[in-house]
Design a protein around this ligand. Structure first.
Ligand code: ARG
Length: 476
């Protein structure tokens, strides 16, 4: 057995060289893309009359068989298979005989591997986009079911303003909508075939890159062969899009961790989506949400790792580029696993609407609505802010000082009482201390009140529909 390039060498490759440089441990992931790329190349060779129709048939048959062997894991790799491309070519030659030696005519592994990885990414990006949409559908369903349930929105992780729970759920939904857009956008940009670029400078044989591009379903062929074999922008872009999607999952994950804690108690996780403790019999833990939080670190690492590999690389191909594959495979896999798990988690968790309403019923959360009430009466906002802040400080002071140790006070005045007695506020403003009234009054477009949220639900539904149609058209 020898390597494909053994003819140039006077001695066989050292074991350490093979061990250090092989990519076979991970690039099997590209097997089916490699078969597809080779099939297109064979048809290109036939069309250019470099091989006969019969030779093409023999090669295509051998490629089909190799594809099936790889698929069923019956394929026997040997110690000189450096990567998936050499393994496929070796086996094709074994099966097809002499004509197998014509397979690599006018082609290099440099244009071959770039083609394979783009084919792989095109499929994966669609799969990820589908999985994101499935998670968005769950968020939308839960938002619809939540109806008018109220939720204390936070800033700085301090309760800030009541909003509808649906508003909060859709906030995550919109972030994921941008992810879908980015996934499809990255896919469109990488839809370029490098096949025909050869090692770096093209070929003297009459091969037509536009033909193989269209055989492979790429939108267009490359414009510059040096760029075609060395460009990994597309890989970096995939990793960025996946990292940002991972960051979005991590934020949702962190909230599930917090909201399911005893401290908040807003959600209860389904048993099937919770883990237990090996020591503490009572524990039920949010491990999916925690790993969604953690995996974003790894996804960011994959992106920065590849950028560091690419930085300063001279044109054109360098073996460094082989380091593009593991982060790509890993990021796609982790994101797909994470999306499916988070979808199940969100779909099955139980909301404690009462507990949420209780948290949102803290009357101080309507402070800005009270200030706005004064604004409507002509008070400048800064002054209104000061007056309401003083009123709330008075309320909290009275509430705390009248509180029997460790208990909630019964006889301190409520904020509503204080508002009622306050000049310029009075009975009408006092009504705002009931969360429902304050929320209904909050009608600004895109805001967290019921009227705006019901419009938002419609917008989100139509965004989701149009993204689904986009995906459908691309999958077809
Ligand atoms: N396994 C290699 C990679 O992933 C294939 C290309 C090898 N090209 C070369 N000139 N050594 O990049």
């Amino acid at each position: 057995m020898s390597t494909l390039w053994g003819g140039r060498m006077s001695e066989p490759p050292a074991d350490e060289l093979m061990e250090f440089t092989t990519s076979l441990g991970f690039d099997r992931e590209l097997a089916q893309a490699d078969i597809a790329g080779s099939r297109a190349h064979v048809r290109g060779l036939e069309r250019a009359e470099i091989i006969t129709r019969a030779e093409a048939q023999t090669l295509l048959q051998a490629l089909d068989q190799v594809g099936a062997e790889l698929e069923s894991e019956a394929f026997a790799f040997t110690s000189t298979d450096e990567d998936i491309h050499t393994a496929v070519e070796r086996r094709v030659t074994q099966l097809a005989g002499e004509v197998g030696e014509k397979l690599h005519t006018g082609r290099s592994r440099n244009d071959q591997v770039a083609t394979d990885l783009r084919l792989f990414a095109k499929v994966e990006l669609l799969e990820v986009a589908k999985a994101v949409i499935e998670l968005q559908e769950v968020l939308l369903g839960r938002a619809r079911d939540a109806g008018d349930a109220v939720f204390a929105g936070y800033t700085h992780l301090q309760r800030a303003q009541p909003v509808l729970l649906a508003h909060y759920l859709l906030a995550h939904g919109w972030a994921f909508a941008r992810d879908v857009d980015r996934l499809l956008d990255a896919r469109e940009r990488l839809d370029v075939s490098p096949l025909g670029a050869g090692a770096l400078g093209g070929t003297s044989l009459p091969l037509n890159p536009a033909f193989t591009a269209s055989e492979l379903g790429f939108a267009e062929p490359f414009q510059n062969s040096l760029d075609a074999v060395s460009d990994r922008d597309f890989a970096a872009e995939c990793l960025f899009v996946l990292a940002l999607l991972g960051v979005h999952l991590s934020r949702l994950g962190e909230e599930v961790v917090f909201y399911s804690s005893q401290e908040a108690g807003f959600v209860r996780l389904a048993d099937a989506y919770s883990t237990g403790s090996s020591m503490l019999p009572h524990k039920k833990n949010p491990d999916i949400a925690e790993l969604a939080r953690a995996k974003s670190g790894r996804l960011i690492g994959n992106l920065t790792g590849l950028l560091a590999v690419l930085k300063g690389l001279p044109l054109a191909y360098n073996r460094d580029l082989q380091e593009d594959k593991e982060p790509m495979f890993d990021s796609f896999k982790q994101v797909r696993l994470g999306l499916a798990a988070m979808r199940g988690l969100v779909a099955t968790m139980e909301f404690d609407y009462e507990k949420m309403a209780e948290a949102a019923s803290d009357p101080t959360l309507v402070s800005v609505d009270l200030a706005d009430f004064l604004v409507r009466k002509g008070v400048p906002f800064r002054e209104a802010h000061r007056r309401i802040a003083r009123l709330i400080a008075r309320y909290l002071e009275a509430e705390i000082s009248s509180r029997p140790a460790g208990q909630v006070s019964k006889d301190a005045p409520t904020l509503k009482d204080l508002v009622r007695d306050e000049p310029d506020l009075g009975e009408e403003a006092a009504k705002l201390c009931d969360i429902g009234t304050a929320l209904v009054a909050r009608q600004s477009p895109g805001g967290g009140g019921p009227e705006a949220v019901s419009k938002q639900l419609q917008q989100f539904t139509s965004q989701l529909r149009s993204d689904m149609a986009r995906l459908q058209a691309l999958s077809g």
